[in-house]
Design a protein around this ligand. Structure first.
Ligand code: ASP
Length: 426
């Protein structure tokens, strides 16, 4: 037992992934195994192990409503706090929003042009999570986005009105000023509690991943594995483009600072974020890099980076766009331009609502999928490979926080440029 927990979670997950494929594929090819008289000569097929994965996914679904509700309310209230920082706050907010939009559209573009999910035969998958969405006209969409009964909205896991409701509560808290503080405390503390609950659920990941990969490899075969491989590759390409093109451009053209020195300064944060897959766990390291290696003043670093760790997630936004298209292609769901805009909007909201912990992006997929009619079964397909993608998303998220903090600090004279350039001695 002790040795199990002594192995870092990501290593357990990758081990489970490899084992799942190694067992599932030959198992599927053999058409099942029979355990003899003990089990009444019943044949066990890869489909039968899926129940373990389904339990894992059911726990993930359990988290969707409370996690969105608590962290979005707390997130909106925290963004409102940016006002206190005046011009620094508004600049940071603008960079968060613009970079998030570019990221989510990049994910949509990669998914549209490369089509990672096409060519997989999913007719063997038993569906049941989502009915085919009825085509709605704009009046229905508008009415559906209004949380006429907040409790009903939560019970139905109806994400669009849930987001509207959460944002309104966040704004209400800000407007209530002092009197809103006790309620804000409940939401802040609630979101920390939900993060802990998520971490408990994430301990099930190795088992879920093993079962889901054995099922995918055994029932859908090599086509599905190739599609998942393409998704992982695109996730990495998208994240690397964000880091090396978007952030480099931000540092070079807006902050007017040397790009190499920026990346050299955040190398520790890159390493820690990649291995922990958690922006929150990396926060102390990111702050240290920002202050000591990049020379950003303490108030700007602590404010922009701590807030960024929960609301600025460009890797997650890009992935939400990409994964939604993947699911749509796998299950043959046609998406309109209107859907693309809805995905772009929800991808950004999902990135704000996602907590900086491992697997948060996976949970937020339910938010985007539900709104555009992509079956939730997609989550079962990609859950097995999520951790590998999460590591890269998190590195992108964390580098983005540092890039925005550096840019804002440079624009407002809150950075010691000499310190940034001579950071090697640190
Ligand atoms: N794990 C990511 C983070 O902490 C969030 C995600 O799952 O996309 O930044």
């Amino acid at each position: 037992m002790k040795t199990w927990f002594a192995i870092p979670l990501w290593q357990r997950v990758i081990g489970a992934l490899i084992l799942g494929i190694a067992i599932g594929y030959p198992w599927g090819q053999a058409g099942g195994i029979s355990f003899g008289p003990l089990f009444g000569y019943a044949t066990f097929e890869p489909q039968d192990i899926k129940i373990i994965g389904d339990v894992f996914i059911a726990f993930i679904k359990m988290l969707v409503v409370p996690l969105i509700f608590f962290s979005l309310v707390a997130g909106v209230a925290a963004i409102g706090d940016l006002r206190k920082l005046g011009s620094i706050g508004w600049r940071a907010l603008l960079l968060f929003v613009v970079s998030g939009q570019i990221a989510v559209w990049l994910g949509l573009a990669l998914g549209t042009f490369i089509q990672p999910g096409s060519g997989v035969d999913t007719s063997t998958i038993q569906m049941g999570a989502l009915p085919d969405p009825e085509p709605m006209d704009w009046r229905d969409t508008l009415l559906n986005a209004i949380p006429s009964s907040p409790v009903q909205v939560m019970a139905d896991v109806n994400v669009l009105p849930l987001i509207v409701f959460s944002m309104l509560i966040g704004i209400g808290i800000l407007m209530a000023k002092e009197e809103g503080q006790p309620v804000l405390k409940i939401f802040d503390s609630g979101s920390v509690v939900m993060q802990k609950v998520t971490m408990i659920v994430m301990e099930l990941t190795p088992f879920g991943v093993f079962a889901l990969m054995a099922w995918v490899a055994g029932t859908l075969g090599l086509d599905a594995l190739a599609a998942l491989g393409k998704l992982v590759a695109l996730n990495y390409i998208g994240c690397l483009l964000i880091i090396f093109v978007m952030y480099s451009a931000m540092i070079k053209f807006i902050a007017k600072l040397p790009v190499i020195d920026f990346f050299r300064g955040i190398i520790d944060a890159i390493a820690v974020s990649y291995s922990t897959a958690s922006s929150n766990a990396t926060l102390p390291v990111t702050l240290r890099c920002a202050e000591r290696n990049l020379g950003i003043s303490k108030p700007v670093a602590s404010f922009v980076i701590s807030l960024g760790a929960t609301v600025n997630m460009n890797g997650t936004a890009m992935y939400l766009g990409l994964a939604t298209l993947f699911g749509a292609q796998i299950f043959g769901v046609d998406l309109s331009w209107g859907d693309y805009f809805l995905i772009a909007l929800l991808g950004t909201v999902g990135a704000i609502g996602a907590a900086g912990i491992p697997g948060a992006g996976l949970i937020m997929m339910a938010l985007v999928f539900g709104a555009v009619g992509v079956p939730l079964e997609t989550i079962a397909l990609v859950a097995g490979i999520d951790r590998i993608m999460d590591m890269m998303r998190t590195t992108t998220n964390v580098s983005g926080d540092a890039a925005v903090a550096t840019t804002v600090a440079s624009m407002t004279g809150e950075i010691d440029k000499a310190e940034m350039i001579s950071a090697d001695d640190v």
